[in-house]
Design a protein around this ligand. Structure first.
Ligand SMILES: C[S@@+](CC[C@H](N)C(=O)[O-])C[C@H]1O[C@@H](n2cnc3c(N)ncnc32)[C@H](O)[C@@H]1O
Length: 226
């Protein structure tokens, strides 16, 4: 027995090392799997977008979509969702009468998914999803704009909206407010909250003039509702 002890100790050590190696392999394997999923599913389309402008996909909540539509319903003119994801806001906008409704999205998988949803809803020919960089889309003819983007890109977005949107356009921002514009209405609570802004004349073209910090919008019922 005494003689076996060093051999047994070596065996035990080897087994333990194997255990550590297996753990290491599993960690590296799952890291690679996460990277592959990110590279294949989320990264396409974003290669030419600077890292600081890349916004990951998170779908708007059902309530968030409802609030966006409450603040846009009945308005004339083209509606666009900048970074339209799986197309839920565009499809809902089309269904409540906003025409044309167009989604701009860089991720080709999400554009495909959005088109599939539209097709399943019987709206394939009527809603439009374009695989385009929102920073390169000209917003001159957009009267209703929906955005749900990361706070880090909103200052730059404000500049773009201010420079391009026509007078009378409305912007609805989901989950995060535009940093310096004054909202004309706020709806919902927490992650479902949305802010509406109207572009008025005065100052530079497309500049949003100050409005009530949080109040109702004419024609938007229950605009403080949660
Ligand atoms: C937070 S998600 C919102 C998705 C959708 N609007 C919604 O409310 O369900 C932001 C989306 O913007 C897209 N996106 C980010 N940067 C973009 C860009 N430069 N051009 C087009 N789409 C972009 C992302 O791929 C993602 O789908």
């Amino acid at each position: 027995m005494e003689q076996d002890e060093p051999g047994e100790a070596m065996r035990e050590l080897r087994e333990r090392r194997l255990g550590v190696l297996e753990l290491l392999q599993a960690a590296v394997g799952s890291g690679l799997a996460v990277y592959a999923a990110w590279a294949l599913l989320l990264q396409p389309g974003f290669r030419r977008v600077p890292l600081r402008l890349q916004v990951p996909y998170v779908g708007a909540s059902e309530r968030q979509v409802d609030h966006v539509l409450s603040l846009l319903r009945g308005r004339p003119g083209k509606m666009v969702d900048l970074g339209s994801g799986d197309g839920r806001i565009v499809l809902a906008a089309h269904r409540c009468g906003l025409r044309p409704a167009v989604g701009y999205e860089l991720n080709p998988w999400l554009v495909g998914l959005a088109r599939l949803h539209a097709w399943r809803a019987g709206c394939a020919g009527s809603v439009c999803y374009r695989r385009e960089d929102l920073w390169k889309v000209n917003l001159r003819d957009c009267h209703n704009v929906s955005v749900f983007l990361a706070p880090s890109v909103l200052p730059l977005l404000e500049d773009k909206l201010q420079a391009e949107l026509p007078e009378g356009a409305r912007v609805v921002s989901g989950r995060y407010p535009l940093p310096t514009w004054q909202p004309v209405a706020v709806m919902g609570e927490g992650v479902d909250r949305v802010w509406a802004y109207d572009v008025r004349s005065g100052g530079s073209a497309g500049q949003a003039s100050p409005g009530p910090s949080s109040a109702s919008v004419p024609g938007a019922p229950n605009s403080q509702a949660g």
